[in-house]
Write a protein that binds this ligand. Structure first.
Ligand SMILES: [Fe+2]
Ligand SMILES: [Fe+2]
Length: 342
């Protein structure tokens, strides 16, 4: 019998020689060279088995599907586990991050923020893989498994819940809904593609939207996880968005994700104001021993742009409708989960 159950019968008392095995092997169409021998003592046993090759084959095929499914499940579980483990690492470093601006020159403080940067990069890499599983393989299980992961700290566990919920909310929009109104050149601008490399066919634009959408979901997930970072080392609710933004703003070299994380962490608690505005200007003001943040909400992006012309601080940042797309899912998830989790 070969590996897929294709059976040939040999008469009783046949000698089991190498040539006989070769004969069976040659008769088989299978690539798998293994041959399985079943020895029956009586003709009754043979009768029982000989009528069911199809059943055996379908059983074997079912087993293969089951094996494939269990391998895939293990793979998804390990992707989810890696995200959660990276998040746990971020959390364990985040608990210790409450340095004042004056402490920044201390080497151990610098080392801690550097460590946080590495942990966030790791989280980003693992999140990218999980988002590919979620969108590419359309597998929501990966986010469900991340949600189940038990982090030590309530605030960090809540962070994972908000991250997953916000990512799911944004994913429902699809790339088309999310970027539907954005002009192709603006999309290419965001992707850092210069004019010579831009293709405007529907297929090229669709794949560009998909790519940007995945990046966006990774940022929403990470911002969602970090949104209450201001509560990790200090449980006082008052001012936690500012404290979180302060921590994130101190992490060096976050580059492309820095703005998204800051916007999300600093504005995550302002759902009501955000729901009535199309633009926000916020700034970070620093003295020798204190960093403060300030935010102003405007009814439209145009109004915010006009006011932005009057702002002179180098740190003033305009968060327009497009950037608010990343903040809103986290603000909604925060509002909903905070009221349901108590
Ligand atoms: Fe919060
Ligand atoms: Fe929260």
């Amino acid at each position: 019998m070969n590996a897929t159950g294709d059976a040939l019968m040999a008469p009783a008392n046949s000698a089991l020689t190498y040539r006989a095995l070769e004969f069976f092997r040659e008769r088989s169409d299978e690539d798998d060279p293994r041959i399985r021998l079943l020895l029956y003592e009586t003709t009754e046993e043979i009768r029982e088995c000989s009528g069911t090759p199809e059943e055996e084959e379908s059983e074997r095929a079912a087993q293969t599907v089951q094996q494939r499914a269990s391998r895939a499940a293990r793979d998804v579980a390990s992707k989810a586990n890696e995200v959660a483990a990276a998040a746990k690492n971020v959390q364990s470093i985040g608990i210790g991050l409450h340095a004042k601006p004056a402490d920044r020159s201390r080497s151990e403080v610098k080392a801690m923020f550097k460590e946080m940067e590495r942990a966030l990069r790791q989280l980003k890499g693992n999140t990218q893989i999980a988002i590919d599983e979620y969108l590419g393989n359309q597998n929501p299980l990966v986010l469900d498994l991340i949600k189940e992961y038990d982090l030590d700290l309530d605030a960090a566990r809540h962070g994972l819940h908000v991250a997953c919920f916000a990512t799911e909310l944004a994913a429902h929009l699809t790339a088309e809904g999310y970027f539907g109104k954005v002009a192709p050149d603006d999309l290419y601008e965001r992707a850092g593609v210069d004019e010579s490399g831009r293709v405007y066919t529907p297929e090229a634009l669709e794949s560009l939207r998909e790519r940007l959408f995945r990046t966006e979901l990774v940022e929403i997930f990470m911002g969602g996880f970090l949104h209450d970072a201001g509560l990790w080392s200090n449980a006082i609710y008052e001012g936690h968005a500012e404290r979180g933004a302060l921590v994130v703003s101190e992490i060096p070299e976050l580059h492309e994700i820095a703005e998204a994380l800051l916007d999300i962490v600093y504005l995550h608690d302002d759902l009501e104001a955000l729901s009535q505005s199309g633009g926000v200007i916020w700034s970070r003001n620093e003295t020798d021993d204190k960093v403060t943040f300030e935010k102003d909400f405007y009814p439209s992006e145009g109004a915010a742009e006009e006011f932005m012309l009057l702002r002179t601080e180098a740190t003033a940042r305009l968060v327009g409708e497009e950037s608010l797309h990343r903040v809103l899912p986290v603000a909604i998830a925060e509002f909903f989960l905070t009221s349901t989790e108590g």
